[in-house]
Design a protein around this ligand. Structure first.
Ligand code: SAM
Length: 274
């Protein structure tokens, strides 16, 4: 039976076409502080694994154009990267053609990776989970791909809106809007923003599908933390401020606003999740 991509995965493929600019709307790629925060943590985790067992085979899900793949290789990992966008998978294949340590997997359905018999030393997701409707199940299935000593790392997803402080939510939405005004295609941008403000979305509107949980109510970081604690003794949840425009990133980074989060899970205690 052929498994067709869901509309959400199909929209990932369509919106990340040839020549897509991943950096433009991505605070964690635009701002050196956020990029280094993610890369430094990845480096530590990979190097510690290489010291302990001599190698570290990472599964990086939804690698885009490979910003964090580079950091993983530099830290000494071999990497299997997946992409649901055919164009991005082609870009990664060309980019890493001369790297024996990178294997590119075009994941047409966004779920084909779960059939692999390989068990990885680490699973990495950057700015990925908010594109996945049932992210708790997705993370459980990813944890099932880890070797017994493996670790899970995810960064750059919006915190759960209903739990955000009013200050965080207003700052996050307001700074996004201020940045969005300068990005062109204002009619569609305004319509999206208005729906987002009202908490309305549609399962056919491309912009509501591609930024799935940015349009809904963020990603429930505590539900993910709880899920990971079923399997791992050491789970860290770190929240931080992230926004597009450099000026608002600099001004608000120290204000204690928790717009985004990363999760690290290590030391598996229970049997492999299925
Ligand atoms: C916001 S981009 C982030 C890219 C990259 N990780 C980064 O931080 O630069 C999300 C990427 O995940 C890919 N993607 C979304 N769902 C996926 C899935 N289930 N499996 C593989 N890739 C997926 C999309 O095609 C897109 O390239």
């Amino acid at each position: 039976m052929t498994h067709e991509p869901s509309p959400v995965v199909a929209s990932q493929n369509e919106s990340h076409g040839e020549g897509h600019d991943y950096v433009k709307g991505s605070p964690h790629l635009r701002h050196e502080t956020l990029r280094s925060m993610i890369a430094d943590r990845l480096r530590e985790l990979v190097q510690e694994t290489v010291r302990r067992q001599g190698a570290c085979h990472v599964l990086e899900v939804g690698a885009g154009h490979g910003t964090f793949t580079d950091f993983l290789i530099q830290a000494g990992a071999s990497v299997t990267v997946t992409e649901a966008s055919e164009a991005s998978a082609a870009h990664l294949t060309a980019r890493y053609a001369d790297h024996d340590s990178v294997n590119v997997f075009y994941d047409r359905t966004g779920e084909d990776i779960f059939t692999t018999p390989t068990r990885f030393d680490a699973v990495v997701c950057a700015s990925l989970l908010h594109h996945v409707p049932d992210y708790v199940t997705f993370v459980r299935r990813l944890a099932g791909l880890l070797a017994p000593d493996g670790w899970f790392y995810s960064a750059q997803d919006p915190t759960y809106y209903p739990r955000r402080s009013r200050a965080t939510h207003l700052a996050s939405r307001g700074t996004y809007f201020a940045w969005r005004v300068g990005q062109g295609n204002m009619r569609r941008g305004l319509a999206t923003h208005l729906r987002r403000f009202r908490g309305e979305w549609s399962d056919t509107e491309p912009s509501d599908l591609v930024e799935y949980h940015v349009m809904r109510d963020g990603v429930d970081e505590l539900a993910l933390e709880r899920e990971l604690r079923r399997w791992y003794a050491d789970v860290e949840l770190i929240t931080y401020w992230s926004t597009q425009a450099p000026i608002f990133q600099r001004l608000l980074a120290r204000a204690g606003l928790a717009s985004d989060f990363c999760l690290v899970a290590r030391s598996r205690t229970a049997a492999q999740p299925d």
